[in-house]
Structure formats: structure tokens, C-alpha cells
Design a protein around this ligand. Structure first.
Ligand SMILES: [Zn+2]
Length: 321
């Protein structure tokens, strides 16, 4: 009698453990974060961002029902996960006390954006239009979009849009890559302001839910998820690329053969790696080996030749006109 009772309990425990391990645990892991199209001086140095990556746990492919595209980018900073993570100027100490790690003089993205001049892309230089925290998009901005062919997108059931003037260049690049044996997929492209706002709020709220103060949550949340109107994805010219084997957004993407192909060929199709490793102090964005930006072939090849990121290149053009 007793042993049968025990057996039933054992069976139930095993069942619950399996449920937790195989179903609940993997769904806790996805870190919903996207790239920030901008940053600022006071954010944690990108090298530290890189080292503070959670172990890149692949997130399961997104469900095919909901419209928001998959934008998991597990490059998620944290304040309490280890020492040496404190941003410059932040008070030291091991306790992740509320508000204790936000650098002194930190200015909230909302304040920077409120003070910034919003300039719409010009007709002539639309492809090198700079969008970041200091160069937000106009309050109302809607690029002319075109659907990216489903065979080049990560989830065929989600519609991914891109700037209509550059979509053929994108598809050309993806077709050539595939023909040469490096199939790449778009996992995020154009985002509406409302979708960017949802992503941003979700990110900040996730820190609030973890017990961080409001200032900390905003400080951390804006590191990889751009404040609305400051995301290059809203511009319509940014694209996050993945492969079937490496569909999560993490630094490890740089070890894939597809990344090597992009390094070698992207510029000839008009694309540049927007947030290079060695330019993080200028872009103020952590290294994002998956995030590419269309600038046009001539500009892309010049940027590669001169080894300039977009911030530098735009300044270079302005002084060498
Ligand atoms: Zn991106």
C-alpha cells in the first residue's frame, strides 16, 4: 500500500520536474531585447556589455501566430550579476542597491531626445541619414516600405518590411549569400514607432520587475533597446541577420561562416556592420555583429576603406565636402 503510494508520488514528481525542465525553463530564458540605435557617454563601456552577456542560450523559434517579429537579442546588461560591471562614475560597492549604480549626472533618454533637433532624412542623402539618441527621427515618420520576400525572412508567417529603395539590394545580398552556401535570414527589419515603444517599455519594465529603481531600469533598459524615435529600425534601413543554426542575437554570431561572408561581401551590396566592435566608444552601442545598415554601395565601400562608422563617416563627409 505504502510503496504504491510512494510510486505514485514519484511518478508525479518526475512529471512535474520534466514539465518544468522542458517547457517552463526554456520559456523563461528568452531575453527580449533589441539593439539600441544609439547610446551615450554614460552607458556602460561596451567591452563590459560584451562580457556581461548571459550565456547565449538559444531561444526557441518564435510562435508563428503573433505579428511582432522575433527580436530576441540576449545582449542584456545587468547591474547585479557580477563585479566589474559598474558603469564608469558609478559608485562602487557590491550591493545592487536601488539607484546606486546609475552614473552621476546620468541624463535620461527622454530628456536628450526632448532637447534634440529632429531632422528628417534628406532626399539626396537618405541612405546615410544618421539616427541615434542625439539624432532622433521626426515625431511622425513613415518611410516608404516594401515587403521582404518570405524566403529571406526568419519567420515566413510574419511580414518583414524594409525601405522600398533598398529592399532589392537587401534581397540581392541575401540571394547571393544563399547561392554561395551561406543562407541568411532577416529576423528584424523595419519597426513602427509603436512597436519600438512596446519593446522599449517591456525592456524597462523587465528591470523594474526585477526590483531595480526607475532610474536604473531606464539606464539599463536603454543600453540595447533604443528609446522610441532613436532606433535605426524605425528608419527602415536596419536589418538584423541570423542563420538557421544561429538564430539568436549574440556576439557568437561573429564565429559563423555567414558572418565571415558578410564581412567580405556586405559592402559591395551597400551594407555595413553598423555597430562594429572597435567603434563602440563612438556609436555608444555594444557590438552587434548581426545588425546591418544599408548606406549604398559607394558609401559602404568608402566606409570600409576608411574604416569609419556612420557617425564618423557623416562627419567626414561634412568636413570634406
Ligand atoms: Zn538591429
Amino acid at each position: 500500500m505504502l510503496s504504491r503510494h510512494t510510486l505514485i508520488w514519484l511518478f508525479l514528481l518526475t512529471a512535474v520536474a520534466s514539465l518544468v525542465f522542458f517547457i517552463i525553463v526554456p520559456q523563461v530564458e528568452p531575453q527580449v531585447a533589441t539593439d539600441a540605435a544609439t547610446g551615450r557617454q554614460l552607458v556602460k563601456p561596451p567591452t563590459e556589455m560584451a562580457t556581461s552577456l548571459p550565456t547565449a542560450t538559444p531561444t526557441p523559434p518564435p510562435s508563428e501566430t503573433s505579428p511582432p517579429p522575433p527580436t530576441q537579442e540576449p545582449n542584456r546588461p545587468g547591474l547585479s550579476s557580477g563585479e566589474g560591471e559598474a558603469p564608469p562614475g558609478a559608485p562602487g560597492g557590491s550591493s545592487p542597491g536601488r539607484g546606486s549604480r546609475v552614473p552621476e549626472g546620468y541624463i535620461f533618454p527622454s530628456e536628450i531626445v526632448a532637447a534634440a533637433v529632429r531632422v528628417p532624412p534628406s532626399y539626396e542623402n537618405w541612405s546615410i541619414h544618421l539616427v541615434n539618441l542625439f539624432h532622433p527621427l521626426p515625431e511622425v515618420f513613415m518611410p516608404s516600405l516594401q515587403l521582404i520576400e518570405g524566403r529571406y525572412t526568419y519567420n515566413e508567417n510574419i511580414e518583414y518590411y524594409y525601405d522600398a529603395r533598398a529592399v532589392s539590394a537587401l534581397q540581392n545580398m541575401l540571394k547571393t549569400a544563399r547561392d554561395e552556401g551561406y543562407p541568411l535570414y532577416v529576423s528584424s527589419s523595419y519597426r513602427s514607432k509603436s512597436y519600438q515603444t512596446i519593446l522599449y517599455n517591456n525592456e524597462v519594465n523587465s528591470y523594474l520587475n526585477e526590483g531595480y529603481s526607475e532610474a536604473e531600469a531606464i539606464y539599463l533598459g536603454s543600453m540595447y533597446v533604443a528609446y522610441p524615435d532613436t532606433s535605426e529600425h524605425q528608419l527602415g534601413l536596419a536589418v538584423d541577420l541570423v542563420t538557421a543554426d544561429h538564430y539568436w542575437l549574440a556576439d557568437s554570431f561573429e564565429a559563423t561562416p555567414a558572418f565571415a561572408w558578410l564581412q567580405k561581401n556586405a559592402a559591395s551590396f551597400g551594407f555595413v556592420l553598423r555597430y562594429p566592435k572597435e567603434k563602440t566608444d563612438i556609436t555608444k552601442i555594444g557590438y552587434e555583429p548581426w545588425h546591418y545598415r544599408y548606406v549604398g554601395q559607394e558609401h559602404a565601400e568608402n566606409m570600409v576603406k576608411l574604416a569609419l562608422c556612420l557617425e564618423e563617416y557623416v562627419a567626414h563627409l561634412a568636413t570634406n565636402r
